[in-house]
Ligand binder design. Structure first.
Ligand code: PLP
Length: 404
């Protein structure tokens, strides 16, 4: 008899992992992987943060630790430290006891938990995401049962910057009971963030239209090198006396990609409702992953709760953010030297791990034929650039722009 799987068809490949595969398979000595959003050193290697190694050694030697289940909502030391990092430990949402954190499987898990709760408990059904946005937002909300996944304008191709009027117009037109996902810092994929003044206008519209905001904060500290600066938008929203979700990821700023460590911060106007929120969240977590993993949570808690480690970590974040900034400048300088047609200032102005280069699909195809792997949207991970390959990448971009 036929297998139950006989009619299963292949799903389309996941683009970033497809690029890594092509990169790994390529035998070209000049090959460069600018697809995956993961930090690389000047040698193009992954980096285990020294402070993470220190924490791991300490954990391995600590005989008081064990592998019992954690609380369903996660490691308490991790959850409180994550909230303190996000808002600042003296922020009113913390001192007024209006926020709770829920450990999640990376930033993605935090988003999924937020989506589940919003759909099943709060009965939201409409969510707005930026155009363009991180490739997973729509899928995560769709999987949680959202039937209306809408876009607000964000990227302005002409100025290679933010289309604020378009964004505000689209948010103004959102029906009642809509959620909106905002990238807290280092917008993925465009690398274009709102200015503080622009954030003020965005918050004003969200408040006026009673949009329920979910801030996706995947790059705190990684963007500017400064943890407080990168948390500015989150703190600003939390100051507005609104209900709020913030999905925190520690994948990038701790280099803990495969430990799947994130936190969903739930800010409520009404602190009396926290016990009910907590109990519903625990049911959702119980059903989705039952119990959270320990290792990444313990590392983050160990570092954030120890002043000396915390200071080391801040230095290491700065190392990553500065190297990325330097590579932005080198790429732009190389293009300038080549006289590549067009204006490339946006590469330096954009923030975070990515640059939305503005290369067209045809030009991207050319880059890939030259073994420079990047996304069809024109997004490159700046972290994949090194002093050794940046010249080659610029040369390929130059050729692509001239030929197509
Ligand atoms: N949100 C955004 C905007 C991201 O760029 C990422 C990672 O690329 C995530 C969420 C998810 O991160 P994590 O790997 O922690 O699930």
């Amino acid at each position: 008899a036929d297998s139950v799987f006989s009619n299963v068809e292949s799903a389309p490949p996941i683009e970033v992992f497809q690029m890594s595969k092509l990169y790994n398979e390529s035998t070209d000595p000049n090959k460069v992987n600018l697809g995956v959003g993961a930090y690389r050193t000047d040698e193009g290697k992954p980096w285990v943060l020294p402070v993470v190694s220190t924490a791991e050694l300490q954990m391995a030697n600590d005989r008081t630790l064990n592998h019992e289940y954690l609380p369903v909502a996660g490691l308490p030391d991790f959850r409180s430290a994550a909230l303190g990092l996000l808002f600042g430990s003296d922020h009113k949402v913390i001192t007024e006891n209006r926020v709770e954190g829920f450990q999640a499987l990376g930033g993605t898990g935090a988003l999924r938990l937020a989506a589940e709760f919003s759909k099943k408990v709060l009965q939201f059904d409409t969510v707005y995401v930026s155009s363009p946005t991180w490739g997973n937002h729509k899928g995560v909300f769709k999987a949680a049962g959202f039937s209306n996944i809408k876009e607000y304008r964000y990227w302005d191709a002409e100025s290679r910057g933010l289309n604020l009027p378009g964004m505000l117009e689209d948010l103004m037109a959102a029906p009642p009971k809509s959620m909106v996902i905002l990238h807290a810092v280092a917008h993925n994929p465009t690398g274009v963030d709102a200015t503080k003044e622009q954030w003020g206008e965005i918050a004003r519209v969200c408040k006026e239209k009673q949009l329920f905001v979910l801030l996706d904060c995947a790059y705190q500290g990684f963007a500017s090198g400064n943890l407080d600066e990168d948390a500015w938008a989150c703190r600003f929203f939390a100051n507005q006396d609104v209900d709020l979700f913030v999905a925190q990821s520690f994948s990038k700023n701790f280099g803990l990609y495969n430990e799947r460590i994130g936190n969903l911060a739930v800010v409520t106007k009404d602190p009396k409702k926290l016990p009910e929120i907590r109990s519903q969240m625990e049911i959702m977590i119980r059903i989705m992953w039952s119990n959270p993993p320990n290792h990444g949570a313990r590392i983050v808690a160990t570092v954030l709760n120890n002043k000396a480690y915390y200071d080391d970590w801040k230095g290491q974040i700065m190392t990553m953010a500065s190297r990325i900034q330097k590579m932005r400048e080198e790429l732009a300088d190389n293009l300038k030297k080549l006289g590549t047609p067009g204006n490339w200032d946006h590469i330096v102005k954009q923030i975070g791990m990515f640059s939305f280069t503005g290369l067209t699909p045809k030009q991207v195809e050319y880059m890939i034929s030259k073994h420079v792997y990047m996304l069809g949207s024109g997004r490159i991970s700046i972290a994949g650039l090194t002093p050794k390959n940046v010249q080659y990448v610029a040369k390929c971009m130059d050729e692509a722009v001239r030929a197509y």
